[in-house]
Design a protein around this ligand. Structure first.
Ligand SMILES: Nc1ncnc2c1ncn2[C@@H]1O[C@H](COP(=O)(O)OP(=O)(O)O)[C@@H](O)[C@H]1O
Ligand SMILES: [Mg+2]
Length: 260
């Protein structure tokens, strides 16, 4: 059984059909890229899966259970985490706090134990802190040491993007949805992150769907590539298959002018 199995996913904004019945599946341990021209519906695809808004129609089975229409918090608890195309961090919180606060949607101790600092609460806080340090350590030296206590707004752009991924990792998901993780990064940063995306799967065991516009990244990380255009899937296959597919080339370059 696929870890995520989607059927007939549909989302309309006014008169605009952003998703027109998308079928999709990903197996545990796979890395699947979702590509397509601007406005193809890629981010909307993630938004409906992650509970930002409910789909109009369609089934989203995660680990065999329908999660369509659940809230973002409930989706996180089920084991799906996502990053945003435009970084969304708490700028005034420290690096460590940004990860810790994200984990709270998964923790169990209530207000009572927090207020009275019960042993159970303190133990859980310590676990959360340790996990935050661990996921930040995944990025080498970039987000550790004195950076733990720096407010997020002081980080470089690339570090803020890394922190965004770390925050998703901190919620201990099985499925990671990464929305254009290399956007705005320079070639060296992009190459580094490409390696890390593979390591997220190989070393950390995440199943990954990644929206990516940088074709070199798509080539290097993908087990399989899905192409969306105008809210529908126009191709699916290996990188080599989709990159030579005529419908895909046409979607990116525009239909050649008909000769009359
Ligand atoms: N919240 C929204 N309200 C209205 N229209 C939206 C909203 N989100 C996306 N759209 C529209 O849906 C289409 C798909 O957008 P999006 O999913 O962001 O595309 P992509 O990520 O592939 O560039 C676009 O035409 C966009 O303008
Ligand atoms: Mg997008």
């Amino acid at each position: 059984m696929a870890l995520l199995e989607i059927e007939g996913l549909t989302k309309q904004f006014g008169g605009l059909l952003a998703l027109g019945g998308v079928d999709f599946h990903i197996e545990e341990g796979e890395i699947v890229s979702v590509i397509g021209p601007n406005g193809a519906g890629k981010t909307t695809f993630f938004n409906t899966i992650s509970g930002m808004f409910p789909p109009d129609e369609g089934e989203i089975l995660f680990d065999g259970r329908d999660v369509a229409g659940l809230t973002p918090d409930q989706i996180t608890k089920r084991g799906i985490a996502r990053t945003f195309q435009n970084v969304r961090l708490f700028p005034n919180m420290t690096v460590l706090e940004n990860i810790m606060v994200a984990q709270h949607s998964r923790t169990h101790k209530g207000v009572f134990s927090a207020l009275f600092q019960t042993p159970g609460f303190r133990k859980e806080e310590q676990e959360i802190r340790d996990r935050a340090r661990d996921v930040l350590g995944f990025f080498g030296t970039r987000l550790i040491g004195y950076r733990f206590d720096q407010p997020a707004f002081m980080l470089s752009y690339a570090n803020r993007r890394r922190l965004e991924i770390a925050r998703a990792m901190g919620t201990q998901p099985r499925l990671l949805l990464l929305d254009e993780p290399t956007a705005g990064m320079n070639p060296r940063e992009t190459a580094e992150l490409t390696g890390l995306i593979r390591k997220l799967r190989d070393e950390r065991g995440f199943t990954i769907v990644v929206i990516e516009h940088e074709m070199k990244v798509v080539r290097d990380v993908s087990d399989r590539v899905v192409v969306l255009d105008h809210g529908v899937q126009i191709a699916e296959g290996s990188y080599d298959e989709v990159s030579t597919n005529e419908d895909v080339i046409e979607a990116y370059l525009g239909r050649p002018a008909e000769s009359h």
